[in-house]
Every structure is written in C-alpha cells, then in structure tokens.
Design a protein around this ligand. Structure first.
Ligand SMILES: [Zn+2]
Length: 424
C-alpha cells in the first residue's frame, strides 16, 4: 500500500513540472527517428542519457552490433546507422521488487504534405502537442522520465529498483532493442513487473496479437509476349496462390481469443487474421513475368503458437507447389512478434487498474490490443507486462497531425509514479 502523503507529494511535484514534461516531449519529437532507416538514434540516446543522469544514476548505452542486424533483419527492411539502446537502474533504500519500464524511441515515417505543421517541429496548441511520435510514443517516454524524477526529487522512500529502458526499432516489427537487451541479459526473468507506455489511456492492455510476415516468391519463366506460350507467367500462378491463401484467411478470421479486445477495435474478443498485403511482379507490358512476390501478414491471438501458425501457411504453399510443378515457390518468414499475455487477475494488473481509476476517475478495463508489440518478448520470459500510455483514438498515431493531450501526459506520469509507490 502506498503512503498517501508520498502520493500527494509526487502529485504536487508532477503538477509543478508540467511545463518541463511538455518541453521534454517536444525535444524528443524534434529528433527525427523515423524508421526505416532509424538514423538519429544516437541523438535521442544522448538526450535520454542526459535526462537519466539527472536522476543521479549512471546510464548505460548498448549498441546492437551491425552483424546482429545483418543476421536478424532482412536487408529489404532498410535499417541504417548505429542503434543505441539507453537504460539505467534506480535503486530504492532496501532490496525489493524489480520494475522494468520500456518505451521505444523510433517513429513511423511522416509525409509532411497533409500536415498542418512540420511533423518534426513540435507545436503546442490548445493543450495538445503536435508532431510525429508525440503520442506514439515520445510523450509516453517523457512520462517515464518524469515519473522517476518525481520519486527522486521529492525523496519519497521506496524499496527495490526501477529500470527504464528506451529502445530502438519497435515500429519495424523485427529484431528490436528490446530483443537485444534480452539477448544481452539486461532484461532477464528476474524482473518482477514490466510497465510499458506504448498504448492508449482508455484501456489497460494485458495482451496483444502476434505478428508474422511471410514472403512467398513464385518463379516462372520469362518470354516475349509474342511467344507468350513459351513462358511461365509467375503473376498468373501467383494470383491462384493468393486465392488459396484467402481461403485460409477466411478460416483464420473465424477464430476468437478468450481475451476481450479493447472496444475501439470493433471486435468483442481478440481476433486473428491473415492478409495478403503486398504483391509485386512484372517488368514490362510485353514480357511474360518470371517472378511474383507475395507478402502475407498473419496476426495471431495468444492462444495460437507461432510455429503452428507458420505451418498452416506453409501447408497452403506446399500444396500449391505440388499441384503446379511448372513454377518454383519459395517461402520465407521475414519478421515477427510473439503475442503478449498477462493474466487479467495478476496483482500487477489489479494495482495499475486501481491506481488508474483513482487518477482518471474511471476504469481502465484490462483487455487485449489488436496491435503487436516488442514487449511481448518480455512476457515470453515469464514476466508480467501491462501497457498503458497516452494515445487516444483521435491522437491519429501513424497518421497526419498526430498529437497528444498534455493532461494525459500528466495523468500517465502520475499513474506510473503511484504504481511504483504501490509495488515498491
Ligand atoms: Zn508505439
């Protein structure tokens, strides 16, 4: 149970530092960390390192080795430059539980045409901060920093430890900074609780979908269209394969998880899917195409296992290839995230829900996200994870004029700080 006077103290501190919280959010947004390629990670790492130093600790920066990226991420993803991951540990008075915090530092691309302002020059207007990544999730990163500052600066007592980690490449959906910190044993199964702020303020995410992308290549034989019968048309064969994949998609789309989905998604229970999302082929109007590439995006529920999901798609591809020996069909998994699941009745879920109800004056029901996240790798270690952040449906994350409400930044900062006081 948190000491009520400590809670009041951190609340007062957070209210008094609202402007600094806004300022940090803006400075983070102004560093263009668009991925791919993810070129400005060293800049944002420097800023975060300076902020963490203010907490009186020595931050660490771990770079994902280039060989690792080459090995784990397909070149077609287009990652470039150094990939520093920034973290620190703040220790309380005595031994106690270990809390891991995580936020990603990368953002999705923004096409400035259509934006009211430059997406990488933040603008504060009508209680909101506009800019790419303001909601997803640099504002939420700033909340983590200020929640920690509120503890350190007020000097309230706590036990155990807090480890904020700011990581790269979440938006790519492959080998991210979180995966690297796990491989490096910075994040281990010894963590007692993990809080991520990479989501919205309306619900508490305890689950997310797994995501697997498969690249299927159909190889035929090129020929001059005038003698088209001598070629093997990869696009035409590929179109038939897409029909087979769609049949599997219909089956998959009928499945449901036991976990409630967040109401905004328009499905009562978490729901998987299989979609053909890119198709590429053909060189010129007078050439029978010899290559056709199909990218399948398979979103899966926590009850489905990645290998079982992969085998289902592979079976369709194999059956097709067996029936059509004139073409060669290759199958390659390109990237993926595991699904995430923390028990809805886990003490971490109950604590954050209780604290959020007090700060927001309403319930944040535990439910599943129809998105996918790299913190699922932390649940795979057996660590409970909950996700609560600053986005709203109208924040327009990944869209034009993305923004975050300053009031929500303050609320999430308080919810984090209160949660630490409850758990530590
Ligand atoms: Zn995000």
């Amino acid at each position: 149970m948190a000491n009520p006077s400590a809670v009041r103290q951190v609340d007062r501190w957070i209210e008094a530092h609202k402007k600094d919280l806004v300022d940090l959010t803006c400075r983070l947004v102004n560093i263009d960390t668009t991925v791919p390629p993810g070129l400005n990670y060293p800049k944002i790492s420097q800023l975060l390192t300076a902020e963490l130093k203010d907490l009186g600790v020595r931050p660490s920066v771990s770079y994902i080795p280039e060989t690792m990226i080459r090995h784990r991420v397909s070149p077609e993803v287009g990652l470039k430059g150094p990939r520093p991951n920034t973290y620190a540990t703040i220790r309380g008075e005595r031994e106690g539980p270990e809390i891991l915090l995580n936020g990603h530092v990368d953002v999705v691309p923004a096409d400035p045409s259509g934006w009211t302002h430059d997406p990488f020059k933040s603008v504060v207007k009508n209680g909101k901060i506009y800019g790419r990544g303001s909601a997803d999730m640099k504002g939420s990163d700033a909340c983590q920093i200020y929640s920690l500052k509120s503890l350190v600066e007020t000097g309230v007592k706590f036990n155990g430890s807090l480890t904020p980690t700011f990581t790269t490449d979440e938006e790519v959906g492959g080998y991210s900074g979180v995966n690297y910190l796990i491989d490096k044993h910075v994040i281990t199964k010894d963590v007692d609780y993990c809080l991520s702020t990479d989501s919205g303020i309306e619900a508490l995410h305890i689950a997310s979908l797994g995501d697997a992308e498969y690249l299927i290549t159909v190889k035929g034989r090129a020929a001059h269209s005038g003698r088209g019968w001598t070629g093997v048309n990869a696009i035409e064969y590929g179109a038939s394969l897409i029909e087979e994949l769609k049949k599997l998609g219909v089956q998959v789309g009928r499945r449901r998880s036991k976990i409630d989905a967040e109401p905004i998604y328009g499905t009562k229970k978490m729901r998987p899917g299989l979609y053909v999302n890119t198709a590429k082929g053909g060189l010129k109007g007078n050439i029978i195409p010899d290559t056709f590439e199909i990218l399948v995006d398979r979103r899966f529920i926590p009850e489905e296992k990645d290998m079982q999901v992969q085998r289902e798609v592979e079976r369709v591809v194999r059956d097709f290839a067996a029936k059509h020996r004139e073409v060669k069909v290759a199958f390659k998994p390109v990237l993926g995230y595991d699904p995430m699941l923390t028990r809805p009745d886990h003490p971490l879920v109950r604590t954050v829900r209780k604290v959020a109800r007090k700060v927001l004056g309403r319930d944040v029901p535990p439910c599943g996200s129809q998105g996918s996240t790299d913190v699922s790798a932390v649940t795979a270690l057996g660590v409970p994870v909950v996700v609560l952040g600053t986005t709203r449906l109208d924040s327009n994350i990944h869209g034009i004029d993305e923004h975050v409400r300053i009031a929500d930044l303050v609320s999430i900062t308080k919810i984090l700080a209160h949660t630490y006081l409850e758990l530590l």
